[in-house]
Design a binder for this molecule. Structure first.
Ligand SMILES: Nc1ncnc2c1ncn2[C@@H]1O[C@H](COP(=O)(O)OP(=O)(O)OP(=O)(O)O)[C@@H](O)[C@H]1O
Ligand SMILES: [Mg+2]
Length: 167
């Protein structure tokens, strides 16, 4: 299969064994590279619960999750030849065989059933989860809640009023 230069660069960037810093224009395929990378890690046998993907926005987290599950879902239904083509297009370097086909078909179920799930979440929710697990170490109240924008503005108004009242 002849791949374009852009696709070859994507494959290189999605190599799960390398540490990569990726910057590219809007709509040029960054999310695609990240999901390819996760798919390749899973194909290499990494347990889904050992993978952590952090995004900045909730929209980006659900976009990644949707794309990954869509792809893994499709793999459960493809015939052998088409599935092998898809796996090869990901850039997997070793020779692909029947074991890879079997594994690819079970990834969807494994990712869904993984204890704790495959973690694709925002950096905010990841940090909140750590603070909830280790409140003593972090010196925070275990019952803390994250402040939202509305509560933040109300609190700010209260503080300003308190200052204006000379308190
Ligand atoms: N190598 C490729 N071959 C075919 N389609 C691709 C390829 N790479 C990306 N695409 C498609 O191009 C579109 C944009 O890709 P993607 O969403 O990954 O870009 P992005 O850089 O994350 O965009 P944004 O900056 O909006 O987050 C998607 O529909 C994706 O499926
Ligand atoms: Mg994107």
């Amino acid at each position: 299969m002849k791949l374009s230069d852009a696709s070859l660069r994507q494959i290189e960037a999605a190599h799960p064994g390398r540490s990569t810093w990726l910057a590219a224009n809007a709509g040029s395929g960054k999310t695609r590279v990240l999901t390819d990378r996760v798919a390749r890690l899973l194909l290499d046998g990494v347990m889904p619960q050992n993978i952590l993907c952090l995004t900045y926005t909730k929209a980006a987290a659900s976009e990644m999750q949707n794309r990954l599950f869509k792809r893994l879902g499709r793999w459960t239904m493809l015939d052998d030849v088409t599935l092998l083509e898809e796996l090869a297009a990901l850039g997997v370097e070793r020779d692909l065989g029947p074991d890879d086909i079997d594994r690819a078909r079970t990834l969807f179920a494994r990712a869904v059933e993984a204890p704790g799930g495959l973690k694709i979440q925002t950096i905010h929710s990841f940090c909140a989860a750590i603070l909830r697990r280790f409140p003593l170490e972090a010196g925070v109240n275990p019952q803390f809640v994250e402040i939202d924008e509305r509560a933040q503005n109300l609190l700010l108004d209260e503080v300003v009023e308190a200052i204006a009242d000379g308190q």
